[in-house]
Design a protein around this ligand. Structure first.
Ligand code: FEO
Length: 399
């Protein structure tokens, strides 16, 4: 790992995790993940953000490689989810006099998760700690992504330590700052990270944007992924759109299919969407694509078509899970249509429409669905084309 000095007196000391398969025991990490941590050196020293427990010794060694025999005076906890707090107790064995800084909710969690009752400093919104030459300012940004979340800002360096906000999946590959690396692989992982981890908390992200609107920002040091310098505008734009649930032009066609009939309808819809000039059409077979990727694109694009066969008198189970995940995250501002097939009792489309009705999604009117009894006939395929045409027109009118 490259312990890069990001700015004078601000060093990256985070760690990479290439071995955890599922983040939060749910979300695949094909590119790994970084747990970012930073040393800020004034006359006193602060360690901003911590790492996951398996990375504890690596973090301690990284810190020592920067500050030698000195100890950090403070550990600033911007976020208590254990991917950022798990190492606290091990770190205290290396640096027993280090004071842990957090807000009231943070410190309640420090006591509750780790049984730590000493060396705690409570801060409130807009409080500061003067390191001598660098002043740390704290702003509370609850629910980005837990209730205790806060950000830390150094005015002298125009540097923001943003916690989960503006982060992404994907370990760092030697380089730390976006200007030094090819960031292309990180952006799809940003959509997936945002939609799955933070997607429910769009309003909180918008409040956080307001909370930092008066800050001059040259560097963003998030808790995951690259440090942002050159691409701050792009990152802000993505987080702003996603948290306002504003999609880009494009359509996700997500379907389940046991024997190919619903799949044939998905193909017909996608082909027609494409021939209507929609360049970003993403087909997902829910039995084979992990839901996290489907959600990432559902958050990204403004059109959504969901297909399911009737299964045991209800929905195909992965489709039911997908719709539950969409509802959980309060997704809105989408043009939505549904389709499906059945053998003897039509139920899937009715159930999907009922579940999606309360999602604040922009359902098309009474032709927003196509349902096929048995295999799709030429007239079923024609209805799929018609549905795709209606959706295309509505999508275009959105922009
Ligand atoms: Fe990266 Fe909400 O923890």
């Amino acid at each position: 790992m490259n312990f890069k000095e990001i700015k004078d007196g601000i060093y990256y000391v985070g760690t990479n995790d290439f071995t955890t398969k599922l983040f939060e025991a749910l979300w695949p990490l094909p590119l790994g993940i970084s747990y970012n941590s930073y040393i800020v050196k004034g006359e006193k020293i602060a360690l901003v953000d911590c790492v996951e427990i398996s990375q504890s010794n690596k973090l301690a060694n990284n810190v020592k490689s920067i500050i030698g025999v000195r100890h950090p005076d403070y550990l600033i906890i911007n976020h208590m989810e254990p991917d950022h707090s798990g190492a606290i107790n091990v770190l205290r064995t290396y640096f027993p006099d280090m004071k842990i800084v957090g807000n009231a909710i943070t410190l309640d969690m420090v006591r509750g998760f780790y049984g730590i009752y000493d060396n705690l400093i409570e801060v409130s919104d807009n409080d500061t700690i003067d390191l001598g030459g660098k002043i740390l300012r704290f702003r509370l940004t609850p629910m980005v992504h837990w209730p205790e979340t806060m950000i830390t800002y150094i005015e002298e360096d125009r540097t923001l330590f943003s916690g989960d906000a503006f982060g992404c999946f994907g370990a760092l590959n030697g380089g730390i700052v976006d200007a030094d690396i090819n960031t292309t692989p990180y952006f799809p992982e940003m959509y997936r990270y945002y939609s799955n981890i933070i997607g429910k908390y769009g309003k909180a992200v918008q409040r956080a944007f307001s909370k930092i609107s008066d800050l001059e920002i040259e560097y963003i040091c998030p808790a995951h992924g690259p440090v942002w310098y050159e691409e701050i505008d792009r990152v802000f734009s993505i987080y702003n759109r996603l948290s306002r649930y504003i999609g880009e032009p494009g359509v996700v066609v997500a379907y389940g299919s046991m024997y190919g009939n619903t799949a044939a309808m998905a193909d017909a819809i996608a082909i027609r969407l494409s021939s209507n000039g929609i360049k970003d059409v993403k087909i997902y077979n829910v039995s084979y694509s992990h839901q996290s990727y489907i959600l990432g694109d559902i958050f990204r694009y403004s059109g959504l078509v969901i297909g399911s066969p009737t299964y045991s008198g209800g929905l195909f189970p992965p489709i039911e899970n997908l719709i539950a995940a969409i509802k959980n995250r309060g997704l809105c501002n989408r043009v939505v249509a549904t389709f499906g097939s059945f053998s003897w009792g039509a139920q899937a489309v009715k159930t999907m429409n009922s579940m999606l009705e309360n999602c604040r999604l922009l359902n098309l009117d009474n032709i927003s669905s196509v349902e096929s009894k048995h295999a799709p006939t030429p007239s079923t395929i024609a209805a799929c084309y018609h549905l795709a045409d209606r959706l295309s027109r509505n999508l275009v009118s959105e922009f």
